[in-house]
Design a protein around this ligand. Structure first.
Ligand SMILES: Nc1ncnc2c1ncn2[C@@H]1O[C@H](COP(=O)(O)OP(=O)(O)OP(=O)(O)O)[C@@H](O)[C@H]1O
Length: 316
């Protein structure tokens, strides 16, 4: 059982602050690192994997207590050869040694780790990701999903207790996605520390027992998917509504506490409504329209972009 401690970590590249003062612990089980594009997920994962040094703060790895039960002190990951034995990293980038076969690629990593029987380890890892059938083909002939699985085999070859995956489901077909989900779930159940990044809430919900949200380099929220969902649905929602009598509808809506503000948009010929109680508002609107004999022509959310949902979480 291994835990990664991220303590007040920042990383900047010139003027760009990619990760800004983040503190979190990643323990055993499956954790989802959720955030929009450019949030700093890759940068954080590279620091956890020992590929990148933090500009500030520390990233340390705390392995489980030894057989004698004595706690082991957490050690920094950066430039600590010992920590690499515990970590497997599946990067997002596609650049691989395309002229190698899948088998050669995984074997090379087994040899780099100095494993006693690299061939057996490579064969086992390739079997885990169901890639034996194509292991002797060059990587240049692989599909995106196959490349992903070979990267995964290479990261698993030394049986790490921590597995870090950067956007692992990108480019996978539904079957490959299901297979990878099963595999990661199994590893989490075995007590390994599995962290994967994604910008898709549904993907994270399906798999992660714990979610960490980062936005614009900052830690925005953490909890199980129910908590993250609640935070997202409880935020103020904006709607664009067109009806047969906008002004009368506006007057009826504003009398209810679930409506925080209404603007009559003359140019659009519509109402712009800000609702604070999402559940109540969505039942109130059709009821009021019915009671007042008003017909609803359009009801559409106007701020459902992922960016706006995430920005709300940061501001909260
Ligand atoms: N090597 C680098 N040099 C300069 N800027 C960088 C570098 N790496 C990352 N950045 C910047 O840091 C910010 C965070 O990038 P990062 O790739 O970590 O985000 P991300 O959440 O993984 O996004 P994506 O899903 O799009 O990869 C971005 O503004 C990015 O342009």
């Amino acid at each position: 059982m291994t835990t990664i401690h991220i303590d007040r970590v920042s990383r900047w590249f010139g003027n760009v602050v990619a990760v800004n003062d983040i503190t979190m612990d990643i323990g055993p089980g499956v954790t989802g690192l959720l955030g929009p594009n450019g949030a700093g997920k890759s940068t954080l994962i590279h620091m956890m994997g020992g590929f990148l040094a933090p500009s500030n703060g520390s990233v340390t790895l705390e392995p489980s207590p030894g057989p004698d039960g004595r706690p082991v002190t957490a050690a920094p990951i950066w430039r600590n050869e010992d920590s690499y034995r515990h970590i497997g990293l599946v990067p997002e980038r596609e650049g691989m040694y395309d002229f190698l076969t899948g088998h050669e690629f995984v074997l090379a990593n087994a040899e780099l780790h100095g494993l006693p029987d690299p061939r057996a380890a490579a064969a086992e890892a390739l079997a885990t990701v169901e890639m034996e059938y194509a292991q002797d083909r060059r990587i240049s002939t692989y599909s995106k999903g196959m490349r992903q699985r070979v990267k995964m085999a290479s990261a698993l070859v030394h049986h790490p207790s921590v597995l870090l995956l950067d956007e692992p489901f990108n480019g996978m077909d539904p079957r490959q996605r299901m297979h990878l989900m099963e595999l990661l779930r199994k590893m989490g159940d075995e007590g390994r520390t599995v962290l994967f990044s994604s910008h898709i809430l549904e993907e994270v919900e399906q798999l992660a027992s714990h979610i960490e949200v980062i936005v614009a380099g900052r830690h925005a929220a953490s909890g199980d998917f129910r908590k993250i969902r609640r935070l997202m649905t409880d935020r103020p929602h904006r709607y664009l509504v067109r009806s047969s009598d906008d002004r009368r509808l506006a007057a009826a809506l504003i009398a209810d506490a679930s409506t925080a503000g209404i603007e009559v948009d003359q140019a659009e010929g519509a109402l712009r409504i800000q609702a604070v109680d999402f559940t109540r508002f969505t039942t109130l609107l059709p009821r009021l329209a019915r009671e007042h004999g008003i017909r609803l022509y359009t009801v559409s959310p106007s701020d459902e972009s992922l960016e706006s949902v995430f920005s709300y979480l940061v501001a909260a």
